[in-house]
Design a protein. Structure first.
Length: 283
C-alpha cells in the first residue's frame, strides 16, 4: 500500500466502442510506478501533482487504501509460485515477480473486478484519474493458457460521477504462454475524467484465472474560476472590454475603491458603464 503526491500529463488516444467525454489510457507496458530503471514502462500517472493519490499494491494481502471497495470476490492468496505481482514490487526490475510479492487474483470465481470509489472517504471528491495493471491469465481452473485464452480477452470500463458508463475500452489481447511470474506482458489500463470517476471495471469475459495489481487513483484540483471577472484585454491591437447584453452590471461589482475604473459595454443598448465612487455610470 502506498500514498503518493503525483499526477499525470493528460495523454492517450483510444478507440472506444461507446464514445464518451473521458480519456482512456493504455494498454501500456508497466514494470513499476515510477522507478527510473523501468524506463518508459511506468505509470502515466507519475509526473504532476494530485490533490490526493493512492496506489494499492496488495502487498499486505488486503485492499485497504482509502475510499475504494471491490464488488466481486477476489483473493491475494495465490501460491507464491504463480502470484504475478508488478515487477518492481520485489525491489528489482528484472522481468520477474520474485519473492513473496502479491497480486489480486480472481480465485477461479469471477471474470470481472469492479472497484467503486467513495467521495466521502476521499476528501469529498471522486477520483479524476484511475487505473489498474493487468498482470497474468491462465487456463480456466488452472494451467498454462491456450492460444484462444490470449486473443481479445480483456475489456475495461469506467463510470462517471453519476454511475453512467464512460464507454467500453477494448477488447485487447493480453498475456503470453507463461504462468511463471514473468512481467513483460503486464499492462496498465486507466481513465481520466475531470468530472469524477465513481467506478472502474476490468473484465476477462469467460475467464476465471487471472490477476491484476497496482490499483491507482487520485484527484486533480481544478482552479475555481467561477468568481473571476474579466477586466480588460488587448487583441489584435484593440482594447476589448467585457460585454453584457441588454442589462446593467451587478451593483455589487462597483462598491469598493478597488472597483473604481471598471468598464463594461452593453452592445444591445450601445451603452458604456463606468464604475466610480457613485456606482455605475452609464455613458
Amino acid at each position: 500500500m502506498r500514498k503518493s503526491n503525483v499526477s499525470l500529463s493528460l495523454l492517450a488516444s483510444a478507440i472506444i466502442s461507446n464514445m464518451a467525454p473521458a480519456d482512456y489510457l493504455g494498454p501500456s507496458p508497466y514494470l513499476s510506478f515510477d522507478d527510473v530503471s523501468a524506463g518508459a514502462s511506468i505509470s502515466p500517472f507519475s509526473d504532476t501533482t494530485f490533490l490526493n493519490f493512492y496506489i494499492e499494491n496488495f502487498e499486505d494481502g488486503n485492499l485497504n487504501t482509502p475510499g475504494v471497495t471491490l464488488r466481486e470476490f477476489a483473493s491475494t492468496n495465490i501460491t507464491t509460485a504463480y502470484s504475478d505481482s508488478v515487477d518492481g514490487d520485489d525491489g528489482t526490475i528484472d522481468g520477474l515477480a520474485t519473492g513473496s510479492t502479491r497480486s489480486l487474483f480472481s480465485d477461479f470465481k469471477t471474470s470481472s473486478l469492479t472497484f467503486d470509489f467513495s467521495a466521502s472517504a476521499l476528501d469529498g471528491s471522486l477520483p479524476t484519474h484511475a487505473g489498474i495493471v493487468w498482470t497474468d491469465v491462465g487456463r480456466n481452473n488452472g494451467g498454462t493458457p491456450l492460444s484462444s485464452d490470449l486473443s481479445e480477452n480483456t475489456i475495461f470500463e469506467a463510470f462517471d460521477q453519476f454511475g453512467n458508463s464512460l464507454g467500453v475500452f477494448g477488447p485487447f489481447s493480453l498475456g503470453d504462454s507463461s504462468i511463471s511470474r514473468t512481467t513483460s506482458e503486464d499492462r496498465f489500463i486507466g481513465v481520466v475524467n475531470i468530472n469524477g470517476i465513481s467506478a472502474i471495471r476490468i473484465s476477462m469475459p469467460g475467464k476465471n484465472n487471472w490477476e491484476v495489481d497496482h490499483l491507482q487513483y487520485g484527484t486533480v484540483l481544478l482552479p475555481d474560476t467561477s468568481s473571476k471577472k474579466p477586466e480588460i484585454s488587448v487583441k489584435g491591437g484593440y482594447i476589448k472590454l467585457d460585454v453584457i447584453d441588454g442589462r446593467s452590471p451587478p451593483d455589487e461589482d462597483c462598491t469598493a475603491t478597488d472597483h473604481y475604473g471598471r468598464m463594461i459595454y452593453d452592445p444591445t443598448n450601445n451603452a458604456l458603464f463606468l464604475c466610480d465612487k457613485f456606482g455605475w455610470q452609464e455613458k
